[in-house]
Design a protein around this ligand. Structure first.
Ligand code: GLU
Length: 267
């Protein structure tokens, strides 16, 4: 897919658990190193980067001894508290190697929904970006319950993109993009490179397609693309197996799916 990436200045990049961790739950150091060097490079090139990173629960579970088969919501929350520390520590150190400063931003649904909290969060992120800091966002899993839970970082990333009025939302997952059918069960499935509008036909393509270890599947990705599109923000799905794939978006050509914005800043 050809694209003029030079127009995108403020970019929200969402990276899923399956991109960031091994199946053991431990951090995939090779991928994180590549992701951070790529984001630091885009940042140094003058772009504003907001990273929405999953992986807290998975990293935490790799560290604490809760049995996976009988995992309770409370144990997951406790695991997230452990894993989030590890994630942020790792990002802070790696970004620092490239001279970049990061900030941890933990959000819940009520922050995104309630005007006062929303203005606080938005204003703080804005100030961080002005100071050339890279906000690293996750859901505040330790405190989220059913009432204030966002649930999936696909949804969170779209909410953040709207909050900061991003020019582009990039969702990095373990799939190449949206296929005409589920590629795991249908060998004839083809990658859809450009989606002008998310209609019934597109929703039908996403049925059943999920990711290996994250919470979101293609359905939540389409919902987040819709949220972004309605706010005038295009969204791209890329395969995070090689985080260097991000460069393609800004160099003019990439493999993935581009969802057009509905109005305003078109893609
Ligand atoms: N907030 C969760 C975590 O950090 C991830 C949720 C998701 O990937 O959708 O583990």
């Amino acid at each position: 897919m050809k694209i003029d990436g030079s127009r995108f200045k403020r970019i929200v990049v969402k990276v899923g658990t399956s991109t960031l961790t091994h199946s053991s739950g431990f951090i995939n150091i090779r991928k994180i190193d590549k992701l951070v060097s790529c984001l630091a490079d885009l940042h140094n090139g003058g772009r504003e980067i907001i990273l929405v990173s999953s992986g807290a629960v998975s990293c935490g579970l790799a560290r604490v001894g809760f049995p996976r088969e009988t995992l309770t919501p409370r144990q997951k929350q406790a695991a997230a508290a452990v894993g989030q520390c590890q994630l942020i520590d790792m990002y802070a150190r790696r970004f620092a190697d490239y001279g970049c400063t990061i900030a941890q931003v933990l959000l819940t649904r009520n922050v995104v929904d309630e005007p006062e909290l929303r203005a606080n969060a938005g204003g703080t992120i804005e100030l961080l970006l002005e100071q050339r800091v890279i906000p690293v966002v996750n859901e505040n899993d330790t405190v989220s319950n059913e009432q204030i839970r966002i649930g999936s970082n696909d949804t969170l990333a779209a909410a953040v993109a709207v909050l900061v009025r991003a020019d582009l939302l990039i969702n990095m997952s373990d799939v190449d993009g949206l296929y005409s059918a589920d590629p795991r069960s249908d060998p004839g499935a083809t990658l859809l490179e450009y989606v002008e509008k998310i209609d019934e036909r597109i929703i039908a393509c996403a049925k059943g397609a999920g990711t290996a270890r994250g919470t979101g599947g293609m359905k939540t990705k389409l919902e987040s693309a819709q949220t972004a599109a309605e706010a005038g923000i295009p969204m791209i799905i890329l395969n995070g197996a090689d985080p260097g794939i991000l460069y393609g978006v800004f160099d003019g050509e990439f493999r993935g799916t581009l969802f057009a914005a509905e109005k305003g800043k078109s893609e």
